[in-house]
Design a protein around this ligand. Sequence first.
Ligand code: ADA
Length: 566
Amino acid sequence: MIAHHVRPWQSLDGLWDFTFLGAADLQGFDPARVKYTDGLPVPAAFDALPMYAGKRGAAVYRKPFTVPAGHPARLDFGAVTMWTRVYVDGVPLKEHACGYSPFRVEVPASEAAERELVVLVDNRFDFERVPMHEEYFDFYQYGGIIRSVGLNVLPANGPHIDAVQVTPTAEYREGGVSVRVRLGGELPQRIKLGAAFDGGGTQWLEVVPMSGEVVLALRVPHPRVWSMENPILHVLRVSLADPEGKQADDLAVRFGLRRIETAGTELRLNGEKLILKGYNRHEWHPNFGPCTPRLQMFIDLRMMRDMGCNFIRGCHYPQDQEFLDLCDELGFLVWEENLGWGQREKTFQSEKFATDHAEALEEMVEASFNHPSIIMWGFLNEAGSDHEYAREIFEQTAATLRRLDPSRLVTSASMYSTQDLFFHLADVVSINIYPGWYGCEGAEAPLELIKARVDDEAKWIDEHGCADKPLLVSEIGAEGLYGWHDPHNDFYTEEYQAEYLRLACESTLGNSRYCGIALWHFSDVRTYGGGWSMKRPRTFNNKGTVTEYRQPKLAYRAVKAVFRRE
Ligand code: ADA
């Protein structure tokens, strides 16, 4: 959550002009020549709506906005999927090619107060233009301005605040925080910076910014620790004073005092051993695609809490800030990850991919830095970590995440078990396994494969140099078609799925080598089209414990019984 008392800030969400252009030429696009034929809400995925369902192509949005003459501004986009070019007053200001990561567009000052924002988007797969998105990813990738848009009016002259990052220090129980303030605009040699915690008085400091940054060691006056049981949040408002001492800009951020760390094979939250119990969750609902309403997010979290969960892996992309806000408020722990799914050599040879991936990592960490719910950063799910060709991107990504945020843990979900080359790069070794589901052709008792595999993986990880790291089952699951019962209790029945998940939870939580489990998946979700989904009934990934409309399957009670008991 961010807020401003001094800086004029406005949400641009609402109805925008819209036109679906289909197979338009992006190079020759001229914003002045568009005829707008429709109006659509922002945020929304246009192809999740019945009138554009399943359509792929270019589309254009328009919205007028006002900035006092002579003031620069900044537009904050929560996410535009998959590719976008943003124009203000006909001038292209930014291209962006990761459909789930937040980005900013700096808008130069103008003598005219009335401005025009045009956003060209495209949801066609095109490896050259948008290599972070590929058609074979096992979740449907939509198009449109799928998350909120905000307008910041910045001071006409002098500096402004770009970002505030609060990191709890080792003295977090006494309120110790390290605060990094990043500044933009024209920077004088010295600036007057104010800090106020939780609506209290402002403490003013004269500071000398170094490379546009100030790092302060501060103390929260009435500190209360954030925990899962007591998710207490604090607010820090940073302000800037102009030479006359008048407040010129401000930015308030919400954060929590807590500490996540590993101690040998244990995960620890605030010094106490932590066992993660939870789900992988896509941001998805059949009526809204990737723009799940806040109320649905709340319902999802409450259902998971009812089952005894404390953990969510936000698969497979940066999360909606509204969802993270709710996790902060309700005391859930989150793994947030950069967009990535099963890529191979071709992707890792692309320079455009490397640049876009690195940019998206920075955008994710920057946007989510202050959420106490986030305990680990993940990247490149099941992406070629059994091959040398992935070494460079794995090493670089782990190093980048540690540089951007040394206070959290780093992980990457692997499906390669004995073949994985990069487990050593992670703080937490995370494995995706599907014993008793994939690859069990010919097995007489596939459910018996589950415990054996869970135990074998732990032994193998220990024997191969990772005996000192926490080990997590980051995915495990089986499909269950809602309402499908059969005397055989075989694959795809609710009974098979319920028994499967019971055994998966019991085997993992019953093996003290593991620090937790994230089941695949919370709800049924739409997956790829275009023939990729022949093994996915209904073109859905049906491994949800609840349906896409959140009706509980038999597995719900089975998981709840284990999670609540353990
Ligand atoms: C993988 C992948 C998931 C999903 C799952 C499945 O492990 O990470 O996104 O595709 O398999 O259902 O097969």
